[in-house]
Design a protein around this ligand. Structure first.
Ligand code: SAH
Length: 363
């Protein structure tokens, strides 16, 4: 048994079954044995791969969208480029490189990274040292002095959530308990939760309600910062516009899907993002919200096809094949194109974010 599994087991023996949010927080973020605390999980030799690791086009187009918003906003200086959960720093590096096209942007931009993992902070420092990034544990310590340009790619899906299962007209919390062999298993709380989340009254037997107050709190804080300081945030992740009432709690290890209780601390734990809930939380914080739009549509609107053509015309045959395959992976409906979505948040009254239509503002 791993050190983290031992610790979780002891905790369950002392306190009873844990809610899924607590299990996620410990498994991912335990200061010594947590999944993100103890390793770089990305890339071919790791557990999963993300859009910026698939193709540089992703970070470049996101960078150009941020720069276009900055131009549309009257070139505020300084502006603060903020990334939440920057992974290896690849997205920020590609975005900053593309941003060179706008004179004055880089000189006036500060780089702030919100990153919990000491291992990944080292990777980020390697790629981004030239831009003198400053690291933060949370959004709280980011200065409140200048407009924000925020990127969060696959950040919200790792923040904790809780699940409730419909049984005979009531919601029972789904918890993590122990099985006879000392492993982990899901159990339902014996008593219903005193819960009446809006729109959930008619749910069918067995429906699963996923509530992510930690995610909503972060989205609300982000919305408040945008409304006070100005700027835009791009939230890119997998999930739905509305809750789907199915279990989306999942784990990956070595690019394979495994049970979320199989290897705590040694697998990435995530769940789909409820974009509607994030948009409403950001609006409570005072921001405007747009979308979400599917990643394929967003990248096409930002010109991914044109950029691909340009690169292909200069590429050798093998390189062209790699380029085409990576764009396909980012945009195909059976890959990341539809499940991944982009939500934009802005200060109220700010320009419409590039890649969005005014009519896509969330009412
Ligand atoms: N955005 C990157 C990495 C996504 S993985 C990419 O697209 O490749 C999730 C990232 O969020 C990692 O950098 C991880 O260390 C970070 N992270 C996870 N939980 C966090 C938390 N509670 N606070 C800050 N960062 C966190």
């Amino acid at each position: 048994m791993t050190a983290l599994a031992g610790l979780l087991r002891r905790l369950i023996l002392e306190e009873g079954p844990l809610d899924i949010g607590r299990y996620m927080t410990l498994a991912l973020g335990h200061p010594v044995h947590g999944y993100y605390t103890s390793r770089d999980p990305l890339g071919a030799s790791g557990d999963f791969i993300t859009a910026p690791e698939i193709s540089q086009l992703f970070g470049e187009l996101v960078g150009l969208a941020l720069v276009q918003f900055w131009l549309d906003s009257g070139r505020p200086r300084p502006a603060m480029l903020v990334e939440l959960g920057p992974g290896r720093g690849t997205l920020a590096a590609d975005a900053l490189r593309a941003a060179r096209v706008a004179p004055g942007f880089l000189e006036g931009a500060e780089l702030h990274l919100v990153e919990a993992s000491p291992v990944l902070r080292v990777r980020q420092a390697e790629l981004l040292a030239w831009k003198e990034p400053r690291w933060h544990e949370t959004l709280d310590s980011i200065p409140s002095t200048a407009p924000l340009l925020v990127i969060a790619n696959e950040f919200f899906d790792v923040l904790p959530l809780r699940q409730f299962v419909r049984r005979e007209g009531r919601w029972h919390e789904r918890l993590v308990g122990l099985d006879e062999a000392g492993g982990f298993r899901f159990v339902l709380a014996p008593y219903p939760a005193p819960l009446s989340a809006p729109g959930t009254g008619e749910s069918a037997e067995g429906a699963v309600l996923e509530l992510a107050l930690a995610r909503e709190a972060q989205a609300q804080a982000l919305g408040q910062r945008l409304s006070e300081q100005g700027g835009m945030a791009l939230v890119i992740d997998y999930g739905e516009e509305k809750p789907s009432f199915v279990d989306t709690f999942q784990a990956v290890r070595g690019h394979q899907s495994i049970g979320p209780l199989a290897a705590p601390g040694e697998s990435d734990l995530t769940a789909h993002v409820d974009f509607g809930a994030l948009a409403r939380a950001a609006q409570r914080g005072g921001a405007a919200a747009y979308g979400p739009v599917p990643q394929a549509l967003y990248l096409r609107r930002l010109g991914i096809e044109l950029r691909l053509e340009q690169l292909m015309s200069r590429a050798g045959a093998a390189q062209a094949q790699v380029l085409e395959a990576s764009v396909r992976r980012l945009t195909a409906a059976d890959a990341m194109g539809q499940l991944f979505k982009v939500l934009a948040l802005t200060a109220p009254g700010a320009p419409v974010p590039p890649g969005f239509d005014a009519g896509e503002a969330v009412a």
